[in-house]
Write a protein that binds this ligand. Structure first.
Ligand code: ACO
Length: 333
């Protein structure tokens, strides 16, 4: 039987920084409030002519190079994004694939908001374990600044832009295998976090749609409470079901939405500070890109070594959630 191994990671962060101080000149907020309530100090914003696919392609190029595979060996690409280059079609995955010259491979996007990376990891695992594909590129890429309302202090302080990518490959070595992935959803909470206009669910007259119609809206405090409850249960369940202790986790890599959510889940697992990967301070919430960007941070700083076990967890619009137990398993040289 083929198992799925997490081979490599790459990320891209746009150069422009938007600080809390700058935001406090745009809306009624302060560095003190944002830092205390979220842990965010700054976030990166893509250039006007820099699209989600541009960032995704840069992250993906690095991930392929670091895997050691040739581009021609990649046989599928899946992109998780809620800020695609174009709504509906074409998919951002097809654009990234062509920008990288990957040929006519299977390419599609999925929408699971901030849980997107865990969802595409589970898709890659399933395609590999079924024997349908061998080397899959998964990309979380977001230009959230394009769908953020910069007059709404409840959301604009949270979001940033960026991309992360990973290569998932078939292996026969069970020790390298992704151990387990949980994914879940509850559409009863759909209206807590949504882009209410612009789709077939809204009264649709293209000429009457305002430019702001695709902006995100969130009932933050209610979302916060569901996030803490759901994530805590999910990570406790995935560890118990796989007979893994929290002390066995080398890197807890949560979705980077809010430091207080991360702390609550980390405390529930009795994790030590050095086990918890934190990038929310410098990137804010980059939705589907946040987990691979955080993994890339520990990789580039030399903290992520072959064989080390990561626990990923995420929560986002939908509502959706997920967690994964993933050993880092680069190809042996
Ligand atoms: N600056 C100053 N004051 C503010 C700001 C701001 N930026 N935003 C809200 N406030 C005010 C509110 O108006 C309110 O004032 P009031 O008490 O006078 O009514 C007060 O601060 C408290 O507001 P809350 O919304 O209760 O603040 P909370 O502590 O919940 O923090 C936050 C808000 C940061 C949004 C938090 O609720 C959160 O992180 N929610 C979860 C986000 C999340 O995980 N989303 C899912 C992933 S995102 C995705 O899928 C795309």
């Amino acid at each position: 039987m083929a198992y799925a191994a997490f081979r490599s990671i790459g990320a891209y962060v746009p150069s422009k920084i938007l600080s809390n101080e700058e935001l406090s000149k745009m809306v009624d907020t302060s560095d003190e409030w944002i830092t205390k309530r979220t842990g965010i100090k700054e976030r990166h914003i893509a250039a006007a002519d820099e699209f989600t696919s541009d960032m995704g392609a840069k992250a993906a190029k690095l991930a392929i190079e670091r895997s050691g595979l040739k581009k021609s060996e990649i046989d599928m690409i899946v992109c998780a994004t809620i800020s695609p280059d174009y709504f509906c079609m074409p998919s951002t995955a097809t654009i990234i694939s062509t920008k990288l010259g990957l040929g006519n491979i299977t390419a599609f996007d999925i929408s699971a908001a901030c849980t997107g990376f865990v969802y595409i990891l589970s898709i890659a695992k399933a395609f590999i374990e079924s024997g349908m594909k061998k080397n899959i590129l998964i990309v979380g890429a977001e230009k959230l600044s394009a769908i953020t309302d910069y007059s709404d202090r409840g959301t604009c302080i949270l979001f940033g832009d960026g991309a992360g990518a990973a290569v998932i490959s078939a292996t026969e070595n069970k020790e390298e295998a992704i151990i387990d992935i949980h994914t879940g959803s509850d559409g009863e909470f759909a209206d807590l976090l949504m882009t209410p206009n612009g789709g077939s669910g809204s009264a649709h007259d293209a000429l009457e749609q305002e430019a702001t119609s695709c902006f995100m809206q969130m009932r933050g405090n209610e979302t916060f409470k569901v996030a803490v409850k759901t994530l805590t249960k999910d990570v406790i369940d995935i560890l118990r079901e796989n007979s893994i202790q929290s002390s066995d986790i080398k890197h807890f890599v949560p979705h980077q939405a809010n430091y207080r959510i991360i702390k609550a889940v980390g405390d529930a697992l009795k994790l030590k500070d050095e086990q918890v990967v934190l990038t929310v301070e410098k990137y804010g919430n980059t939705s589907g890109a946040s987990i691979p960007m955080a993994i890339n941070d520990i990789y580039e700083s030399g903290r992520l070594q072959a064989g080390e076990l990561m626990l990923l967890d995420a929560f986002g619009g939908g509502l959706t959630w997920g967690s994964a137990l993933v050993p880092f398993a680069p190809f042996k040289k």
